[in-house]
Design a protein around this ligand. Structure first.
Ligand SMILES: Nc1ncnc2c1ncn2[C@@H]1O[C@H](COP(=O)(O)OP(=O)(O)OP(=O)(O)O)[C@@H](O)[C@H]1O
Ligand SMILES: [Mg+2]
Length: 322
């Protein structure tokens, strides 16, 4: 989505009451989304319920403010496009193929799932499912095999999103590599099956920039680019607490302190390879297993109380410095 359309969409997202005024011209301007939604004809209501639903899902994600803004920009744009079509105005077909740039574990797949659902609910996609693929799923072993494999995958993704992780690896081998055939087949499918699926190419920022330069036709085909920054240590702690809460566990303040110190070191040590929220998820899941072993040993007879069953102590967090 480029400049003007998105800018218009963004303004609308920031002033939801104006979107609604477009529809109910006979009504007085409303001050809040809720009040306006209540005044809308029945057929408009699900769209506003969707607005709340998507916001709730995105709000559960720590940070990612730029992504949240862009998702709402797309939402607002689509809503206005519907209203414009209803009003007999031009609403040109848009291209929604996207590039997601970011290190591992920065939320790319999670956001792609939310976008897929939103696109389905707004009528852009018929099914709204997500097919995740990587180089090996697209590239074959002999001439013609790659095109077939890629076409099969596109077929599976029809009505949904085809999400290609580490997409830059398709350009890795240069002209003679079958990866190029996969790119060409994807580009052809984007033309032939226009608006029937959305292609998201994901990968490390630098590599994706390089990849886009390998084929001059690519940048214009992916008008939406989202940057997924690395999480700060504080954001990682928040994510960790959320993950623990979702699983009915709590971390003692001493556990959080220990984790914080560990994350600071781990982030510095691995830099590019640090897997952000996924790293934290692994730490939590490992700690849960360690807590289970500790409790079983501790309570050879009898049973731990509810609070004990929930609590992750510093000794459960077996981080590498232990
Ligand atoms: N901002 C966030 N808030 C809460 N949880 C998050 C956030 N970002 C990611 N997660 C969680 O971290 C895990 C990894 O996220 P996800 O799979 O979306 O990352 P990714 O960028 O696709 O990683 P990869 O590049 O390795 O495939 C998931 O369990 C996800 O729910
Ligand atoms: Mg992923």
């Amino acid at each position: 989505m480029n400049g003007r359309g998105m800018a218009a969409g963004k303004q609308a997202a920031e002033r939801p009451s104006r979107q609604i005024n477009v529809v109910i011209r006979s009504q007085e301007p409303q001050n809040s989304v809720e009040a306006a939604a209540a005044a809308l004809p029945a057929k408009e209501l699900p769209q506003h319920a969707l607005y709340q639903e998507i916001r709730k899902e995105l709000d559960q994600l720590v940070g990612l403010d730029n992504i949240k803004d862009l998702v709402f920009e797309i939402y607002a744009f689509l809503q206005i496009a519907h209203m414009r079509a209803d009003a007999g105005l031009l609403s040109d077909a848009h291209v929604y193929h996207m590039i997601f740039k970011g290190n591992p574990g920065t939320g790319k797949t999670t956001v792609a799932r939310i976008v897929a659902k939103m696109m389905q609910r707004l009528g852009v996609l018929s099914k709204g499912h997500l097919i995740e693929a990587e180089r090996a799923d697209l590239v074959g072993e002999y001439i013609g095999h790659t095109a077939q494999k890629t076409r099969d995958l596109v077929k599976k993704a029809m009505g949904g999103i085809l999400f290609v992780d580490e997409a830059y690896s398709l350009a890795r081998g240069g002209e003679k590599d079958f990866g190029k055939e996969a790119i060409d087949t994807l580009v052809k499918a984007m033309e032939d099956q226009k608006n029937q699926f959305i292609l998201i190419l994901a990968g490390y920022s630098g590599e994706m920039d390089f990849f886009m330069h390998t084929n001059p036709g690519l940048p214009s085909r992916f008008p939406i680019q989202m940057e997924f920054p690395d999480y700060t240590v504080d954001q990682l702690i928040q994510i960790c607490e959320l993950m623990a809460k979702d699983r009915d566990y709590i971390l003692l303040p001493q556990s959080i302190l220990k984790l914080k110190q560990h994350l600071m070191a781990a982030k510095q040590e691995s830099l590019h390879a640090f897997s952000n929220a996924r790293y934290v998820r692994n730490v939590i899941e490992r700690s849960i297993r360690h807590q289970a072993v500790r409790l079983l040993n501790q309570y050879a007879s009898g049973q731990p109380g509810k609070l004990e069953l929930m609590t992750l102590r510093p000794e459960d967090l077996k981080v590498s410095s232990d």
